[in-house]
Design a binder for this molecule. Structure first.
Ligand code: CA
Length: 371
């Protein structure tokens, strides 16, 4: 064989091998996912349980958004079916359902699990604590997420920030709150650390899923409730049973939602799908805050002009007293166990430094904008 022919034969053989490899699975486009044995790969089917009513504005749709993004970004390799509260499990059974692997994803608020993990409340909202931007900053760049992972690890769960409501409203009342005395004996739905603050102020805090709040207010089982903000509160129709809408949500200055993943299911995914799941949740986290920021003012306008809701500000004297009680509550809660102490030490140190920057930058600008 001449040298030129020999090289030609090698090249031909290489091309043939490559061609064989390309067509080994009987596809040229690569549009169908193929398993190692060249059979079409079935999509991985995941369930997401949530503490929200199905498709509830902002929260339920935020959960839907995560499911949609995971399916889209994975090219259909993972299909996620979302269940509203009570469809597969009850609102407050979400944690256990994902921990046990009955569902692979759960969308909720970490403060609902305070009874299981005392430190959990620090990952959603702390009275007079971090704003939405500051919360994301602490979680992603201040060590918060690592501590959250440590807290959920014993339960086989991987937590992720899964949306943020921004600063919430102070709640719905049928009487004016002019002093702390007006909170005495008040049966109010208010979860997490804020609830403990209300208790010490003489009120009776109640934890109840969102879907049960309207009938409870109507029947008198509750005197007052907080929920989220105008966008969500309008959807529940609280204006039909309560007259005064108070600001600010001192108890939830920038509440982080969560999207927890069953660790075992996550570890079974290839690296690219793991990245897709994590980043789909991250996209949805930012998206929810943008949606709330866009929709809240529209909804507030509707509440005030169409439904004649009376907007009220808590007096400074009331806020100051609530802040003092909040500081005591948070310090005591932090002493409950070693993890709570560690989490609060981290968040407190972060808050002290980020507050200075927020004041120099955003707060100073916001004041200037109102001049
Ligand atoms: Ca709330």
């Amino acid at each position: 064989m001449k040298r030129r022919d020999f090289i030609g034969a090698i090249a031909g053989a290489t091309a043939a091998t490559a061609l064989t490899a390309l067509t080994a699975c009987g596809t040229e486009s690569g549009s169908t996912q193929m398993g190692a044995d060249c059979s079409p790969q079935k999509p991985i089917k995941w369930k997401m349980v949530t503490t929200w009513p199905k498709n509830f504005p902002g929260l339920g749709t935020g959960a839907n958004n995560i499911a949609k993004l995971i399916t889209e970004m994975s090219g259909g390799r993972i299909e996620v079916k979302v269940y509203g509260a009570g469809e597969l499990v009850g609102a407050f059974e979400v944690f256990d359902a994902v921990s046990s692997g009955n569902a692979q994803l759960g969308h909720a608020g970490a403060y609902y699990w305070k009874g299981k993990i005392p430190a959990a409340a620090f990952f959603s909202a702390v009275p007079f604590g971090l704003t939405a931007n500051e919360m994301n900053a602490w979680l992603y760049y201040g060590g918060g997420l690592e501590l959250w992972q440590e807290a959920y690890k014993p339960f086989g769960l991987i937590p992720n920030p899964g949306g943020n409501s921004g600063t919430q409203m102070g709640g719905w009342f049928n009487k004016e709150i002019n002093s702390l005395d007006d909170l005495k004996g008040l049966k109010m739905r208010i979860p997490g650390l804020g609830g403990e603050v209300l208790r010490r102020a003489g009120g009776i805090p109640v934890t109840m899923p969102g879907g049960e709040l309207f009938p409870a207010l109507q029947s008198g089982a509750l005197d007052a409730t907080e929920w989220v903000g105008p966008y969500n509160d309008l959807a529940f129709g609280f204006y039909k049973t309560a007259k005064y809408y108070y600001t600010p949500g001192w108890h939830e200055p920038g509440t982080a939602m969560e999207c927890m993943i069953n660790e075992k299911a996550f570890n079974e995914l290839p690296a690219d799908l793991q990245s897709i799941v994590r980043n789909a949740i991250k996209v949805a986290n930012a998206d929810m805050l943008a949606e709330y920021t866009a929709r809240n003012q529209q909804a507030l306008h509707t509440l005030l002009t169409k439904h004649n809701v009376q907007l009220r500000h808590f007096p400074d004297s009331v806020l100051k007293e609530l802040k003092t009680i909040s500081e005591q509550v948070v310090e005591e809660e932090a002493k409950q166990d070693a993890l709570s102490a560690k989490v609060w030490a981290s968040q407190k140190a972060f808050k002290e430094q980020v507050m200075q920057w927020t004041e120099v930058s955003e707060y100073t600008f916001l004041k200037a904008r109102l001049l």
